[in-house]
Design a protein. Structure first.
Lengths: 586, 419
């Protein structure tokens, strides 16, 4: 008995010490919520019709956008049907939040130039310079630019871009001259790209062609625009304009020419100079022209993507794309990234098109599915609206954290003083026990903050923990009062400690289970801050059960057997339990 | 609160500490119910008259807070007005460093950015210094709806748990007590016109958890005692509940103090350090809620349970039998109960030693303090060490024994030797 008690006590103390040291040594500390460190959060709620798969897809797309922002510790989580994005310590909070939830970003743009390396990138102060606007100034301007982008200024922009589109070579003379020496959108010059990088393998999904549905792809249709190469790191680094950050900070206008990258995962595999979004008057070639898209296997056993246009989209496609871009290349652009840039191999599509992969291998199943998904859903598979936007300045966050900590510590100190005054030596047990729970909680939060759970300490969870001090201390109180009852019944401290614990333990787990049920339901069923609170309460209640059994029981057991401690004059257990009517109560 | 035979020299605190209280919680339940009823009624009237003050989180809208930096309210209103927002309210509040401007307007999250930029420009601050809280018109409903669903699920789960662990009537009484707490807290918010924020909702949910937790601790004791005393037919259910209440009273007081001390600290510090913000919102609701939660588990839940159980034929029979002997309504103090059980359960002799009545007080049953005849019968009142360390002699010195002022209870008990 005594031995097992000693083991249990040493074990829990060792675990707590190791956990705390490991947490501190790891250099991490608990992840702080936005309200404590400053930052921005947005809750995006779906409107209209949606399903779970669409939401998951939306979450993935948003996650990619958020990763592009490069904010350390940013998270994208599903809470019920909502997508909650948190950007701790983000700069330009409100514009960043605006970009994240934007919808209509799927665009069809003509390919003006493609590139296989830095030397082929359109250089100089042209449209590319616009795209590379420095991130620092981008904030306010882009936030105002966002509505402008989507609403499309009806007058000048429309007329100029129509003429550009009619010209088939958007951009100025500079582009034209550049185009002359670079692979023009025709099959033949593609050889130039191959020569530039003969050893490179075709990047997946890059080269593709579009043919009317059912049409057998001709050999020229399969000719890739150019086999793209993976850019060298130097080349990738050379183009600050093309980092995801700047792309998101400065979403290019629909009537601007842009330079955008194509990626496989995070590697840039190609860059394109693209013209303005294809349009017919005010009708923009965006996600709205597509009604559905599926990945299929064609007669030659290759994966293709079958696209169905909407009624209006189909006729516009034939009119503009079939008319002006026949044998040329049209890029499918999502969030300013080229998803695919197929060649147009027909003039009449009649509302249906098939995109087949380039190279000898064509699309893989995954590539075809992903492209179909992009086409089907546009940029986001569901329409999301901002339900809640919250930004907290870092200084306010710090002040809140400080106030929470000060309040917590003062409260805790009062509790501990009261416990010692009331229970004497056993009060000291409470102090050590709360220290134990505290260090376990700190370690767990440190660890959980870096795990996929992204548990963070918000002000609500700090309050949850402060409340749990009451629940935790109550476990001690229940036990000690029980001990008091037994001692009143004439038992010795020595003989009561274990028996009393048995009965107190029933009370403790019963009551704690109520708290845990409450915490779990709140965590599971609610949204927002409540979850952080519930998590903190649940976690500390579980810790309370653990420390009650593994710490309180053995330590009181051992102390109770030690006559010196049990009977000491000032701090003695007997005295603390009013076993001797010595006054000094409350 | 209750009549006892104690002398004035024995303060309440001391009696609590020594386990010598014998308050009649059940017998006076009508008082508690009336008191709570009045508080709830006032709250409901206030609710009907003025309603709750919901913040933008429930109504939808946007608020901005930014260090004023010398900018006047009028200037801020003009700047916001220039963005096409006419109905904005602008006020100043005590902020972290000096004065903050607070602007509130009914615009959805999608439109907040331009005002944020305007305010940042006006106060020569960066965008990031403006704290924005913007809520869509349906979001508040969603939060509230989710909280309601969680609440119902919570009631069902906890009800089932208590039923399974104890019994259905305890579950019912516990949930009534929790609803009592919600009503009181909501009432307090209506009466004083405190702002209702999502944090208030969190606090309210905490209160539910805490109140149930407290009730469960109390019922655990009742459950234990009724398995012994009431089941044996020597005490009525109500008396057993009373004994249990007195036994857990000190624990309830301690726990409530321990829970409220940090909350009080949050409330005071939140106010001192931060002005009227999050911590204060939490603190206020929690403070009210913890008080009523601790109160309801003893004064509402337990009496309801006792009343329900007394209707059961089994306990009604026990009551009848004990009443016919004049032995019902005897209140044991925790100490007396402990002493009884000292030598292996509630022996007849020991029961006799305590069951007395001095019923000249029509306010409720009188309370008996068992004789403190530590010389002969009680084996060892204190822990071995305690008695030896020279303190055994103190009680007589400190305080005359109850027996000295009153005839020794054992000598005059009515039901005493009758068994």
């Amino acid at each position: 008995m005594r031995r097992s008690m000693t083991i249990s006590l040493s074990a829990i103390l060792a675990i707590a010490a190791v956990a705390l040291i490991a947490a501190i040594a790891s250099g991490n500390s608990p992840r702080l919520g936005l309200d404590l460190q400053g930052g921005a959060s947005v809750v995006l709620s779906p409107t209209g019709s949606y399903n779970n798969g669409a939401l998951n897809q939306a979450q993935k797309i948003i996650n990619a956008r958020v990763n592009g922002l490069g904010v350390a510790g940013a998270t994208v989580q599903r809470q019920g049907n909502n997508i909650v994005v948190e950007l701790p310590g983000v700069k330009n909070a409100s514009s960043a939040l605006g970009v994240i939830g934007q919808t209509a970003q799927l665009q069809f743009r003509p390919v003006v130039l493609d590139s296989n390396g830095q030397e082929l990138i359109f250089a100089g102060p042209g449209p590319s310079a616009t795209a590379s606007a420095t991130p620092t100034t981008a904030g306010p301007t882009s936030s105002t630019a966002v509505p402008a982008t989507t609403t499309a200024p009806p007058t000048t922009a429309a007329s100029t871009s129509t003429t550009k589109a009619a010209a088939g070579l958007p951009g100025g003379a500079r582009v034209n001259t550049a185009a002359a020496g670079a692979p023009s959108p025709a099959p033949a010059p593609a050889g130039a790209g191959t020569a530039a990088a003969p050893t490179s393998a075709p990047a997946p999904g890059t080269a593709a062609s579009v043919a009317p549905a059912g049409a057998t792809p001709t050999s020229s249709a399969l000719t890739p625009l150019s086999p793209t190469t993976t850019l060298s790191p130097a080349a990738a680094a050379a183009g600050p304009a093309l980092t995801p950050q700047s792309v998101l900070d400065n979403p290019a206008s629909v009537d601007q020419e842009i330079v955008v990258p194509e990626y496989t995962k995070s590697d840039i595999t190609a860059r394109y100079v693209l013209g303005p979004v294809i349009r017919d008057g005010t009708y923009l070639f965006t996600g709205q022209i597509v009604s559905s898209a599926q990945a299929n296997i064609d007669t030659t056993g290759q994966w293709t993507v079958a696209v169905n246009f909407t009624g209006k989209g189909g006729s516009e496609w034939d009119k503009i794309v079939g008319g002006q871009y026949y044998q040329k290349y049209v890029a499918i652009v999502l969030d300013n990234r080229v998803e695919s840039a197929p060649q147009i191999n027909a003039q009449r599509f009649s509302g249906q098109a098939t995109i087949s992969g380039g190279g000898s291998a064509g699309f893989s199943h995954t590539q075809a599915s992903n492209l179909a998904l992009v086409l089907r859903y546009g940029a986001l598979p569901v329409k999301l609206t901002q339900s809640e936007v919250r930004t907290v300045s870092a200084s306010l966050g710090k002040a809140s954290l400080r106030a929470g900590l000060v309040a917590g510590f003062i409260g805790l100190a009062l509790v501990l003083l009261y416990m010692i005054a009331y229970y004497r030596a056993l009060g000291v047990v409470v102090v050590i026990g709360l220290g134990l729970s505290g260090s376990l909680l700190y370690s767990l939060y440190t660890w959980l903050g870096t795990s996929s759970l992204h548990a963070s300490l918000s002000l609500a969870s700090v309050v949850g923990i402060i409340v749990s001090v009451g629940v935790t201390a109550d476990s001690y109180i229940v036990y000690f009062e029980r001990l008091k009852d037994d001692i009143r019944a004439g038992k010795s401290v020595r003989s009561s400690v274990d028996r009393s614990f048995g009965r107190a333990w029933r009370t403790i787990w019963t009551a704690d289970l109520v708290s845990i049920i409450a915490a779990f339901l709140l965590w599971f069923l609610t949204i927002g801050d409540v979850r952080g609170f519930a998590f903190a309460l649940g976690l500390s209640t579980v810790l309370d059960l653990i420390t009650a059994y593994l710490f309180t029981r053995p330590i009181v057991f051992l102390l109770g057997r030690n006559r010196g401690i049990a009977e000491a004059r000032v701090l003695g257990i007997s005295r603390g339990l009013a076993a001797a009517p010595a006054g000094g109560a409350a | 609160m209750s009549t006892t035979l104690d002398q004035p020299t024995h303060g309440l605190a001391r009696r609590l500490y020594q386990g010598e209280t014998a308050f009649d919680f059940v017998g006076r339940s009508r008082r508690w119910f009336t008191g709570s009823g009045v508080v709830i009624l006032i709250g409901l009237i206030a609710l009907a008259v003025s309603g709750l003050k919901f913040g933008i989180d429930f109504k939808g809208g946007t608020s901005w807070e930014v260090p004023a930096n010398g900018v006047s309210v009028t200037a801020a209103r003009d700047a916001v007005g220039a963005q096409g927002i006419k109905d904005a309210t602008v006020q100043t509040l005590k902020g972290t460093n000096g004065t903050d401007l607070r602007v509130e307007a009914k615009i959805p999250p999608a439109d907040q950015a331009k005002v944020t930029a305007a305010l940042a420009k006006l106060t020569h601050a960066s965008d990031n210094a403006v704290a924005v809280n913007s809520v869509g018109p349906t979001w508040g409903h969603e939060i509230t709806h989710k909280a309601e669903v969680a609440l119902i699920a919570f009631f069902i789960a906890v009800g089932l748990f208590i039923t399974f662990r104890f019994q259905a009537k305890m579950a019912f009484a516990a949930i009534v007590a929790v609803i009592h707490d919600i009503l009181v807290t909501v009432g307090v918010y209506a009466i004083f016109g405190f702002d209702v924020t999502p944090n208030t909702v969190i606090a309210l949910l905490t209160i539910l958890g805490y109140s149930l937790y407290d009730t469960v601790v109390v019922f655990d004791k009742v459950d234990e005692n009724t398995r012994g005393l009431a089941a044996s037919g020597r005490m009525t259910y109500s008396d057993t509940v009373n004994l249990s209440m007195n036994q857990v009273l000190m624990r309830s007081i301690n726990t409530s103090l321990v829970a409220i001390l940090p909350i009080l600290s949050v409330l005071v510090i939140g106010d001192v350090f931060l002005g009227a913000t999050t911590l204060k919102e939490f603190g206020l609701a929690l403070f009210v809620g913890l008080l009523t939660g601790a109160y309801s588990s003893i004064f509402i839940a337990a009496p309801i349970l006792a009343r329900l159980k007394e209707r059961e034929p089994r306990y009604a029979t026990i009551r009848q039998r004990l009443e016919s002997r004049g032995a019902a309504g005897a209140l044991l103090t925790p100490r007396a109960a402990a002493e009884q059980s000292a030598g292996g359960g509630v022996s007849r002799a020991r029961t006799a030693a305590v069951a007395v009545l001095d019923d000249d007080d029509d306010d409720g049953p009188a309370i008996l303090r068992p004789g403190r005849d530590d010389d002969d019968e009680r084996p060892a009142r204190a822990a071995p060490g305690g008695a030896r360390s020279g303190q055994a002699n103190r009680p007589p010195a400190n305080r005359p024994r109850p027996g000295a002022a009153r005839p020794a209870p054992r000598g005059r008990k009515k039901g005493g030797k009758r068994r």
